[in-house]
Each structure stands twice: as C-alpha cells, then as structure tokens.
Design a protein around this ligand. Structure first.
Ligand code: B3K
Ligand code: ZN
Length: 877
C-alpha cells in the first residue's frame, strides 16, 4: 500500500459535473443493504467539455450502472478502491447505480451503520461515499428524495431529511416511507435513521408564523430524558430569530439519540443525529455540566441550519467557515441564557489548556489549513474554538450592529451556495468599510501569538506608557510569521482609587474601557492625563486568542483580583497569582526543598470568600485552582509529579488555613430544593462542591462525613458524582469501595451513567489507576466499539490522570498505544483522536520522550489507516 497523499487547497477546482437532484432507495438489512441511486447530472458551467465524471465510492459492491437507462459495459467506466470515473458522458444525463453495503460490519461509524438495534448514518465529512457512488464534496448541492424500506417490526420508524411525502406497506412484513428535502444540500448533510424508536413531540411557531413540529426520537427507556433538549431547542430557535433574524425553513425538525457516535452530534438537514450523551439528561443521571453541554450542542446543531446548511463550505479547507462561526453563535447563545462571565471563564480556561497545546504541538495548523491527508483529523480545537475566537474578534472589531448587518448580507448573498472564508470576511469588510486584509492572517497562520507587555507610569507628566511586542512561534511548515492585527481590550486601574481611569491616547478620549490595536511587531501607546499610578488590566474578556505576559508583582495581581471592573480579568488575575505561587512550589519540589505556602494567596482567597459574589458560579470559578493540564501549559518543561505535588500542596494549605470559611461556604450552599438546571442552582452547587473538594483534600473526618452524606442523600447526579469522585480519589477505600459498588450496581443498565463510573475511577491519583483501567476494559459494560466508552475510560485516563498516564515505567503509554492499534482497525477516526496525548512528547523530560516515541514507533509499524498515519507521521517528524 502506498503512503496516503495530501490534498492541497491551492489545487481546488470545481467538479466536472453538478447534481441537481438525487433520488435514493434503501432496502435495509443489517448484513446487506441495497442502495439504488438516481442522479440528475449536468456539466459544471466552468468545466471543459470532455472532463470525466468522478464519483467517490468506498467499500461499495457495485451491482448495476446505467446512463439514461442504458446499462454500461465494463469498459465504459473505471472502478478503483476510491471511486468510479466515466469518460465521454453526455453534457446532461441521468445516472442509475445500485450497490450493496454491509451496515453491521461498519465499525468506523462513518456511512450507514448499526447502533444497537437501529440503523443510522454519519456522512460528514466523507461518509456518503460509503453509501453510494457520488461526487461527495460540499460544493455539489442537490435536492434529495429518499425512500427507506425496512422491516415493520424491527424498523417501525423510518426517517430521513425533509418532509415525509408517502408511506405504505410492502409484502413480507416490510414497509416504506419516502422523504423529500426541497433544500439543495451537499451529501454530507444526508441522514437516515431506522429502528424501534419512540418520540416526544412539541411545536414551535416561527417569527413569520410557520408552524413547526419538533420531535426527539429515543429508545423507549429514555423518553423521560428529553425535556431539557426540547426546551433548549425552542430557546435556540427563538434566539436565532432575535439575534440573527434566521428562522427555520421546514415543517418538521427531528433529533435522534444514538449510543454509538464518533462526535457530539450532526446537523443533518431536518434530522439532527445526536450522540445520546449530548441530548439525554435527567437530574438523577446527568450533571450540571452535562445539562449545559446538551443545551450548547442542541443550539449549535440547530444554528448550523443557516451557518453550514443553507450557506455551506465550498471545500473542506473552509471547515471553520461553518464551525468557527457556529461555535461563536452557540457561545453567544449560552452566554445569554446562563451566567455570561462564567461561560467566558469556562471557554477561555478550556481554550488555554487544550487549544494552546494543539497550537504548540506537532499537529498545529491554521484555522484554514493548506493541506490535509484525512479531513477527519481536522475537526480540531483550532478549527472550532480558535475559529470562534476569530469570529468574536471580527464582531468586536466592527461592533455588534455592523456584525449583524454583515451576517445578514452573508446569508442573503450566499443562500443555497457553497462558499469560502473570504466570502464571509468580505461581507464584514463591506458593511463596516474596514480594511480586514491584515486580519485575514489569523486564518492562514498557525501558532499562538505571544505578547510581551511592559508599562511605566510617568508621575511628572501624568502619562502611562505601554509597550507591546508580538511574536508568533514557528509551527510545522511555517518557520516565519507575520505580524497579526490583535485587538487588546484594556483598562488602567488606579492604584489609589481602585477604579478604571479615563484614558486619552493621541489626543483622543477612549473612555475607561477601550480597545487598542496592535498591528506591528512592536508598538508604543502613550496614555495622557492619567492622574494616578495604574495597574493595567490587559486583554479583558480575552479579547484575542494570545498569550500575554506582563511583569505583574503579586501585589498587583491581588489588587486586580479585588478591584478590576472586568470580571473575567479578576478571575485571570487570580489564576496568574496562583500560577506564580505554583512556580515556586514546583521549583521547591524539584530541588527537594521544603514547600512554603504563599500567604498572599491565602489572604486573597480569604478575601474572595469573605466578600462573596452575587454570581456564585463566578466565585466558584475564582476559588477553583487551575487544572494540572492548565498548569502544564504554562511550564517550559512539564514535570508531572512536581505539578501534581505543588497543586496538591496549595489545595491542602488553603483547606487548612480556610477550613472554617470553607465549611461555612459548604453549609450555606447546601439545599434541598428540587433540582433545576438554572444558573442560580448551578452556581450554588458549584460553590458547595468546590468547598467540599478543598475540605476533602485534607481528608478530615468532617469532610469525609459530608461527602458520604452527600453521596447517600442521592439528591441529583451533580452532587452524587462529585461526592463519589472525591471519595474514590481519597485514600479512604473503606468508604469509597462500597459506594462505588453500590453506584455501579444501581446504574448498570444506563450506559451514560456507567461512562461516568468508568471515568471517575480511572482518574484517581493513586498508583493503582492504571491497573484499574486495564481491569475495567474487561468489564461487561465496556466496549472499544463504543466511542463514548473509549473516551470515558481511555480518554479520561490518558488526558486527565497525568501522574499515572506519565508513569516512568511507560505502562500508561503502552496502554494507550495498545488501544490505538486496535482502534486503528475498528474506528480510525477515534484512534486518531485518542492518540493525542502521545503526540505531545516534546514537552516532557528525556526519559518520557523516549518512552512516548517508542510507542509511536510501535504504532507506526502497523498497517495504518490514513487517519492514524497522518497524525503519527506528524508526531514523529
Ligand atoms: N459537523 C459535525 C462534525 C462531524 C464530523 C465528523 N467527522 C458536528 C458539528 O460540528 O456540529
Ligand atoms: Zn458544528
């Protein structure tokens, strides 16, 4: 087998033929499903006569092929492992094909496959070619008619995109439904679901008065877990009307929950398919975080109906056009319906941990990559989250009202078309009159820009001088970087008044909170009429996805923590202060010196608790220590053991020093009220549980009793899971083991709860975590074929249990590599994702580097899927 070859953006050409209408008939059977396709084809106006027709097709068994009703002989087409080409076809014609596929053998979960007893599809990005021969690229948009034939008892429900137009019974206990989707769409948005499903139904009236039926289809036992998703859907539909003027465009909107799914969910036209973990919730089975995730994903997929489906991507290099924009839209929605500052803190702390790591690693790529081997590897934090940050910057640059004008223009100008990132940015430039040329570099340049800032107050002249220097480190394939246009939102906080000072720059009054624009490698900003010495509050709200450093003293940071008018930066100052204390402790640990707690940190935390906060979720975030992964991202060389020891030391010291305050915080926020996923309740639970986690870090009797009581009260999954996790992560196996057993027995029938049961065990810091992981892989509820299980057990162990994954005997790495090798055969997309922690070997000491590389080499010795091949080659380059 030859090495897979990269595809380049610069090679883009329109297809030789377009499809105006696609008619499909599926005769379903688990072993052999027959798919008939009738394609109405026409030469692309921009392509030359004689250009051959290319149809993608993989793992298809061709049974018949005809042009305008005339069967083709073998020499009249060419068939390869990748597809089929026909030379000399007419300018416009009808192509009929018939293929056989085997859904039950499809473990990659791409194309048509079986999940439990049902059939379902996943076509993005390139799954449709596993269903039938087709120009499987997003710039081919057709209307679809789909007839699904199934067994009346095994598949009483037969779903596809659009509206049902005909149904009937057939001989031998079979029946059919025909669906028609009037909106032209690329094949990646095709969907089919068939099985014994039950629905909950609701209605929504759009702003123009269209009556829409909303359905959520689930297995019968999950009918009581759909309320939150339905509520979220209705809120999202209303929000998109109000915020973007976009309304739904079919009479029916369906969501289906399936257990085996590679991603969170998929925005297929009119028939969104969801990983059950991203749609099902119940107070007894799902945590607050899960409720919020469901809300965000339901909204995200719904918002794609415009940003993705009506206006789609010309080619897969433009993926961030729909994903970055849609993430920005779902983030804006979630910020509005929840606590906005907390949402921003959560987004940024995740971004700085995970996207920064991606941008600094061997798979770093621009938001719009120049090339790829396997597009499935590019559903990344860079495309999604950094893409969203860039859209957020655009929105801030042009202002919200102009941004709305720009999005209106974009949707109306390109409705029904497949377009590029330039098309989107050009709309923003057009409505704002701004020159966004330099800004476009954000899309082509990989790596996280680093800004060094320095400031100086000139007492004599009442001036504040701020110097900003930017530099983006080299990334694979991009040794040289150009200066970016970086918007920096800032305030100058007076050290006497504790208030934002009004700022004047170049004679222009900016107000007390403003944006300055860094465009050069180095720029100086001189603020005049600054009446008192300030501490600068920089990059407020994380106004650009960059690393910014400023030589703050600990006193400065404690000051900002208490006085910054920007809630996000108050949190950030706390993080920075904690990181400085951690630096000392990490050094102490490495040098074998006694660790000493920074009293300024204790006092800052005491002040936080004493002062309180109207938004309890914000306070909970401020009291939360940065995760080990977040800390690691800030270190030049990652020393997992020192980080773990230093963080634990801070946690225990704070718990000891502030024990009474934390106990009071816990008790004050204990509540028996009926569970509701409201921002208030979520904040209260978060605060209570953060207090409990501090108290449990010193494992005193009171804390153990509180955790045990919280577990036994069995009030809601957020509290139960947190209590159980703290017990299992403690040294008190006498209490933890029976609780764990009881929980496992109680929930053995519920796969989503069992996922949590797996995760909380394999993330325990004790030395037996790896043995537990191996042991649990044999548990009857575990299966490598189910992506949720792989993430819950293997993903959680390798990603969240840093001390055990990075064991010096290399057993953690070996475990992951064993799984990657097996998954490479079963499900390459998941294999190529789960491998990520091994690809970050450059960040560790030599011994670990050698062990990690050896496992990557072992994987490279296998016959690899293009997915894993691409990642391993980059990781070892
Ligand atoms: N668009 C899908 C991504 C599916 C890709 C799988 N290879 C989910 C989403 O972003 O909404
Ligand atoms: Zn998306």
């Amino acid at each position: 087998m030859s090495d897979p070859q990269p595809i380049h953006l610069s090679d883009y050409r329109p297809p030789a033929y377009l499809v105006s209408r696609t008619e499909l008939t599926f005769d379903l059977a688990p072993g052999t499903t027959r798919v008939k396709a009738r394609l109405h084809l026409e030469r692309h106006p921009e392509r030359e006569a004689g250009a051959p027709l290319w149809l993608d097709g993989e793992q298809l068994s061709l049974k018949a092929i005809a042009i305008d009703g005339q069967p083709l002989e073998e020499g009249e087409y060419e068939l390869t492992r990748k597809g089929l080409s026909i030379t000399g076809a007419p300018e416009a014609f009808v192509l009929d094909t018939e293929v056989e596929i085997s859904p039950e053998d499809n473990t990659a979960l791409s194309g048509l496959y079986r999940s439990g007893g049902m059939f379902c599809t996943q076509c993005e990005a390139e799954g449709f070619r596993r269903i039938t021969f087709y120009p499987d690229r997003p710039d081919v948009m057709a209307t679809f008619s789909t007839t699904v034939i199934g067994d009346l008892t095994r598949e009483p429900v037969l779903l596809s995109n659009g509206n049902p137009v005909e149904r009937g019974e057939l001989p031998d206990g079979r029946h059919f439904v025909t669906w028609d989707d009037p909106h032209p769409k690329p094949a990646y948005l095709f969907a089919l679901v068939a099985g014994d499903l039950k629905k909950v139904e609701d209605r929504f009236t759009t702003m123009s008065g269209r009556d829409v039926t909303l359905q959520i289809w689930v297995e019968e036992e999950n009918l009581d877990k759909t309320d939150h998703a339905m509520g979220s859907l209705k809120r999202a539909m209303r929000w998109d009307e109000e915020a973007y003027g976009r309304e739904y465009d079919l009479d029916l909107f369906m969501i289906v929950a399936v257990n085996d799914f590679n991603m969170g969910a998929m925005e297929n036209k009119g028939l969104n398919i969801f990983n059950s973990a991203a749609v099902l919730t119940h107070p007894n089975t799902a945590t607050d975080a899960a409720f919020q995730r469901v809300e965000g994903i339901v909204a995200h997929e719904y918002f794609h109906n415009w940003s993705g489906n009506r206006v789609t991507c010309r080619d897969w290099f433009q993926l961030s056009l729909k994903e970055g924009f849609t993430v920005f839209r779902d983030q804006s929605f979630s910020a509005e319906v929840n606590s906005a500052p907390v949402k921003r803190i959560e987004e940024v702390s995740f971004f700085r941990t995970a996207q920064f790591a991606e941008d600094a690693g061997p798979t770093a790529h621009p938001i719009r990559p120049d090339s790829y081997i396997e597009i499935g590897n590019f559903y990344t934090l860079t495309i999604y989250e950094k893409g969203a940050e860039v859209v957020r910057m655009l929105s801030n640059l042009v202002g919200p009202e102009t941004f709305r004008k720009g999005s209106d223009l974009y949707f109306s100008r390109f409705d029904g078309q497949a377009v590029t990132i330039e098309d989107f940015v050009d709309c923003m430039a057009e409505v704002s009159g701004q020159d966004l040329e330099q800004f476009m570099r954000w899309y082509s340049q990989a790596g996280t820009p680093e800004i060094d800032a320095f400031g100086e107050y000139d007492y004599a002249n009442s001036r504040y001088r701020l110097i900003l220097r930017q530099r983006t480190p080299a990334t694979p394939g991009q040794p040289e970087k150009q200066a970016l246009h970086i918007p920096i939102r800032l305030g100058l906080v007076g050290t006497k008044s504790g208030r934002d000072l009004s700022m004047t720059l170049d004679g222009e009054s900016l107000g007390r909170d403003a944006v300055i624009h860094l465009r050069e490698d180095e720029q100086e900003f001189i603020f005049t009429d600054i009446e008192e010495a300030p501490v600068p509050s920089l990059l407020r709200g994380f106004s650009a996805p960059v690393k910014l450093s400023f030589p703050y003293s600990r006193e400065d940071l404690a000051f900002l923590m208490a006085h910054d008018s920007d809630g996000f930066n108050r949190w950030d100052a706390g993080q920075r202060l904690t990181l400085l204390a951690l630096d000392d402790l990490i050094a102490a640990h490495r040098n074998g010196v006694e660790k000493v707690m920074d009293t300024r940190l204790v006092e800052a935390f005491r002040a936080l608790i004493e002062e309180g906060n109207d938004d309890k979720a914000v306070l909970a975030e401020m009291l939360q220590l940065p995760s080990e992964a977040y800390i690691a991202e800030q270190q030049p060389l990652v020393d997992v053991d020192a980080i773990h020891a230093a963080r634990t030391f801070i946690q225990q010291s704070l718990a000891q020093e502030l024990r009474d305050e934390l106990l009071a915080l816990y008790r004050d926020n204990q509540s028996d009220a009926a569970y509701a996923p409201t921002p208030e309740q979520i904040g209260q639970r978060a605060l209570k549980n953060v207090a409990l986690s501090y108290l449990m870090s010193i494992e005193d009797e009171v804390a153990i009793e509180l955790a045990q009581a919280q577990f036994e009260a069995d009030h809601n999954m957020t509290d139960v899971r947190q209590a159980l996790t703290l017990l299992v992560h403690s040294s008190r196996s006498d209490i933890a083991d029976p609780a764990l057993k009881a929980f496992g027995r109680k929930w053995s029938h519920d796969p989503l709860v069992m996922d949590q049961w797996f995760s909380l065990q394999v993330t325990r810091p004790q030395a037996d975590a790896l043995d537990r992981a191996r042991y649990l892989m044999e548990h009857p509820a575990f299966s490598l074929k189910n992506p949720n299980k792989v993430r819950a057990l293997i993903g959680a162990f390798a990603g969240q249990n840093r001390v055990n994954f990075h064991r010096l005997d290399g057993e953690g790495y070996r475990l992951l590599a064993d799984v990657v090798i097996e998954l490479n055969r079963l499900n390459p997309e998941i294999a190529a994702r789960i491998i990520t922690p091994l690809t970050r070997w450059q960040r560790f000491d030599e011994a670990r580097q050698a062990l990690m590389r050896a496992e990557l080499e072992r994987i490279r010795g296998e016959e690899l899927s293009p997915n894993v091949y691409e990642i391993v080659e980059k990781a070892l380059a």
